[in-house]
Design a protein around this ligand. Structure first.
Ligand code: SF4
Length: 371
């Protein structure tokens, strides 16, 4: 007997599996419905955020089999940012006038709560007006275990040190059977749900993600999406939903022949359009990841229900170490150029999707900016 999460509903499961399997003209019709739903729910504005990624350490012994970012202490690509490097990165964020620092790290045995708080304080001191969006639910879990404290306490401590929102990563696929293969040493489905719900209840909102294209089935993705919807109905804490296609090249699970070589474009379109149709009324913001798929594909997804393209990033190591080749920086002018060509309205947003600036084609010619 397979155990189902509390949010599982067989009628929703069937509807989602159906949508995730759509191909050909049936998929085109679904994308058109998702596009119409997007227009009704959020209009024609397409957002992006001026943000900077800071992955402050990749030292990690958890051994998730899909991860090419982690390294053991002393190995050739291991790094841990020094205090000077953290300060330099935060100062760069300030100079670049980003509205968000996005920061996560591996589960570094040398990182304790004090270190996490000092990272936050370094960001706040050197980039005082920049929103800090950081740490996965697994980092919260790790700190709670390491410090022998409740999740509540860890979250309170991090909030008081400057944490404003939580990354919705470490979700991968919220099906225990899949996690037992993909990341057996990571937190369980129930633990991920618990941390996220506690964070939301304490006013610490988060993104929601799914990582797909490896060993999961469409049924697993459908179950995952139902969990995300169920949490959102209770907490209203998710700011957006971000499907993240698996980057396979340098990962152990792909090299030993146990995982697919990432998703196909059809799978991506089916998932994005299904996400808009199924989640859009509770999570109106749906992001397509240019880091994973490139700008051309990410912006093609604007006709499948997407209304957000993520951030400028400036720096990105997790996907790059896994073999992604789409770069680590996207200029605002590139976002604007692609969005205008989709006959939509480009706008810069903050982490909570407040619009900071709308770009009007007639007022200013947007050209490709050479770096
Ligand atoms: S996904 Fe995170 S926890 Fe897992 S091995 Fe990579 S860095 Fe460590």
């Amino acid at each position: 007997m397979v155990s189902r999460p509390e949010y599982y509903r067989s009628d929703h499961q069937n509807e989602l599996v159906n949508m995730l399997k759509k191909r050909g003209r049936a998929l085109l019709s679904q994308m058109a419905l998702a596009d119409q739903t997007r227009e009704d729910q959020v209009g024609d504005i397409v957002t992006f955020i001026r943000n900077q990624n800071i992955n402050f350490s990749n030292i990690c012994y958890v051994g998730c089999k899909f991860c090419a970012f982690a390294a053991h202490e002393g190995s050739s690509h291991a790094y841990r940012m020094s205090q000077e490097e953290l300060e330099k990165q935060a100062l760069l964020a300030q100079q670049r006038k980003v509205s968000e620092i996005c920061s996560t790290a591996g589960i570094d045995p040398k990182s304790d709560l004090e270190h996490y708080k000092s990272v936050l304080k370094t960001f706040s001191a050197n980039a005082p007006n920049v929103h800090i969006h950081a740490f996965s639910p697994f980092e919260i879990y790790h700190l709670a275990k390491k410090e022998d404290q409740e999740y509540d306490t860890i979250i309170d401590e991090l909030k008081s040190a400057g944490l404003k929102t939580l990354c919705g990563t470490a979700a991968e696929i919220l099906v225990q059977r899949v996690r037992d293969v993909l990341c057996p040493n990571k937190m369980t489905v129930d633990e991920w749900i618990e941390v996220v719900k506690i964070a939301h209840s304490k006013g610490l909102r988060s993104t929601a993600t799914v990582m797909y294209g490896h060993i999961e089935t469409v049924e697993d993705i459908a179950e995952h999406i139902q969990i995300i919807r169920g949490i959102q109905e209770e907490t209203k804490g998710f700011t957006e939903f971000i499907p993240l296609p698996f980057i396979h090249y340098n990962t152990q699970i792909y090299r030993i022949g146990k995982a697919r070589a990432g998703s196909t474009g059809m799978e991506d379109m089916a998932l994005l359009s299904a996400s808009r149709i199924y989640l859009g009324d509770v999570i109106p913001n749906l992001q397509s990841s240019w880091v994973k798929t490139g700008m051309k594909f990410a912006t093609l997804a604007l006709v499948a229900g997407v209304n957000d393209l993520g951030g400028t990033l400036f720096e990105e190591r997790i996907s790059r170490f896994a073999g992604a080749t789409h770069g680590v920086y996207q200029s605002e002018n590139e976002f604007i150029r692609f969005i205008l060509d989709a006959n939509r309205i480009p706008a810069r947003r903050d982490t909570f999707y407040n619009i900071l600036e709308i770009f009007n084609e007639t007022e200013k010619p947007y050209q490709i900016q050479l770096l």
